[in-house]
Design a protein around this ligand. Structure first.
Ligand code: GLN
Length: 530
């Protein structure tokens, strides 16, 4: 019974809650039991708050019962997320709770207020199960840069789940929670979604308020949903999106209610692909792409064509500059955002207490991890007098060119672009730690989308060598609904594929309490993050 409940998609859970066949307390307990019993070998969670979650579940049950008493209309007016468990990346503020951003420098810090998205989730009645593991300050593509130890991939426990939102992705893939929140600055939702075989969407810049989210690179960061199906991700985006006065970059663009009415029937969903014009950017089939990944992506494209989509090869000529310019812009903004962690205003303070500057240096020197220090050095250098024009300003100009490549395609009438999400499947622990540039290359196909402020979604497209491959759809600004419809269409035309019936291969090992933790696994492999 318990296991069965956690296997359901969020919209199935919602239907059963409304019908009175299930309570949010039962649903929440099933997920808490599974997550508490099986996170040992996965380490997707940094904290699970059972008492708070159960209190929220009981409150949801009261709302559900009241609506059931009022009748059909009242039930239909409920948001589908009412009573549904959700996980939050540990950089989202929940009043009175931790928000470490995966860093020792925020250990023990308690958020004094709710993030905008936390308020929205409370409004719709979602149940917050806990906070998930992440690369420190969202810098990374593997979750190995978490100061609290790495997260494993349920498809292979000696492999990374991707990053930086690796905990949120692994928790959904392992059925600990049906939905979770991540953030994506250069790929941190889409790449872990691809590597764990789930759905993840990075919205248009400005779609979701960043109020109460610990910042990495403010002109690139966006908050978005993870789910095991397209409809779950669309419902979660619907709950958190929309204008918020407290984030001046959040947009008044209306949030379509049709996000909640994506096609139920596979036939209808598949039919919507007919006549869609999709661009296939040739630059996204990058050198170093695994042949197995390319095969799955090309098969996915062929399936879309077979369903009536018109696919045309296109060019995004400035793609090759995406990585270089991202690694100027993101570290520059990060170096400014991270200046506030000085041991005085947030978290622990180290040092003797006699000399402010010495204590500041000790605190930052000891409590920031190696990747964060690397980014601060890169960013401080790029912003320093005499280099600002040569690096930061130049990078911003190239960014405009990257955006222009996409704009030219929207002007030609493409509905979306289809591309790989990640050039490789999930890699082994330690495989990219010694060479930061190889880690940075994980995001070659996702970073340009952030540079241009566009929405992008990764959806499961089968397996290569037994590991998940993601297909990425990229859209024009504010086209999330269109992307979800296309993704739902793809889900429908692949509904009968053999790989859809497969569960993550290492789930049985997670049920075994003697399975080593990911940190123990890394230690046994003598892997250290330098
Ligand atoms: N991997 C990229 C980085 O390390 C992107 C991370 C993200 O999207 N937060 O910067």
């Amino acid at each position: 019974m318990t296991t069965e409940l956690t296997r359901l998609h969020a919209h199935h859970m919602a239907a059963r809650l409304r019908a009175g066949e299930l309570t949010s307390r039962e649903l929440t307990e099933a997920h808490l039991d599974l997550a508490e019993a099986q996170d040992h070998g996965l380490h997707a969670w940094l904290t699970i708050d059972r008492d708070r979650a159960l209190a929220e579940a009981d409150a949801a049950d009261v709302r559900l019962a009241a609506a059931r008493g009022e009748g059909r209309e009242a039930l239909q007016a409920l948001h589908p997320l009412l009573g549904i468990p959700v996980g939050l990346k540990d950089l989202v503020s929940v009043k009175g709770g931790q928000a470490t951003a995966g860093s020792r420098i925020l250990e023990g810090y308690l958020a004094p207020y709710d993030a905008h998205i936390t308020e929205r989730l409370r409004d719709v009645g979602a149940v917050i199960l806990g906070k998930t593991n992440m690369d420190e300050f969202a810098m990374g593509s593997s979750t190995e840069h978490s100061a609290y130890g790495p997260t494993a991939n349920p498809w292979g426990l000696d492999r990374v789940p991707g990053g930086s939102s690796g905990g949120s992705a692994a928790a959904v893939a392992a059925y600990h929670v049906p939905l979770s929140i991540g953030t994506d600055t250069g790929g941190s939702i889409r790449q872990p979604a691809a590597l764990t075989g789930i759905v993840g969407l990075k919205p248009t810049y400005g779609r979701v308020s960043r109020y109460g989210i610990i910042a990495f690179a403010s002109s690139l960061d966006q908050i978005g949903p993870f789910a095991r199906d397209v409809r779950g991700a669309a419902a979660l985006l619907h709950a958190v999106a929309g204008r918020d006065e407290r984030d001046s970059t959040s947009s008044p663009e209306p949030v379509p209610d049709d996000l909640l009415t994506l096609a139920h029937s596979d036939d209808e969903a598949a039919g919507s692909l007919h006549g869609k014009r999709l661009g296939l950017p040739k630059e996204y089939f990058v050198a170093g792409m695994e042949p197995g990944v390319e095969t799955r992506v090309r098969e996915g494209v062929a399936a879309l064509e077979a369903a009536g989509a018109i696919v045309e090869e296109v060019s995004l000529p400035h793609t090759e500059y995406g990585l270089a310019t991202y690694y100027i812009v993101a570290p520059a903004e990060a170096s400014a955002n991270l200046a506030r962690y000085d041991g005085i205003r947030y978290g622990p303070r180290l040092g003797e207490g006699a000399d402010v500057l010495a204590d500041y240096l000790t605190t930052r020197g000891q409590l920031f991890g190696p990747e964060v220090k690397r980014r601060i050095m890169l960013g401080t250098y790029a912003l320093s007098a005499g280099y600002y024009d040569a690096y930061y300003l130049k990078a911003q100009k190239v960014r405009t060119l990257i955006k222009g490549d996409f704009d030219a395609l929207w002007a030609r009438g493409f509905d979306a672009l289809v591309a790989p999400t990640s050039p490789t499947v999930a890699f082994r622990f330690g495989a990219r730690l010694a060479d930061p540039v190889s880690m940075y290359l994980s995001d070659a196909c996702t970073l340009p989308v952030n540079m241009a402020g566009l929405p992008g979604i990764s959806i499961p497209a089968g397996l290569s060598e037994g590991l998940p491959v993601g297909l990425q759809l990229i859209g024009a600004p504010w086209s999330e609904l269109e992307l979800f419809r296309l993704a739902r269409g793809y889900e429908a035309i692949t509904a009968d594929a053999d790989w859809r019936t497969l569960e993550p291969a290492d789930l049985p090992a997670l049920a075994d309490p003697s399975t080593p933790t990911p940190a123990e696994r890394m230690a046994a492999m003598s892997i250290v993050d330098r």
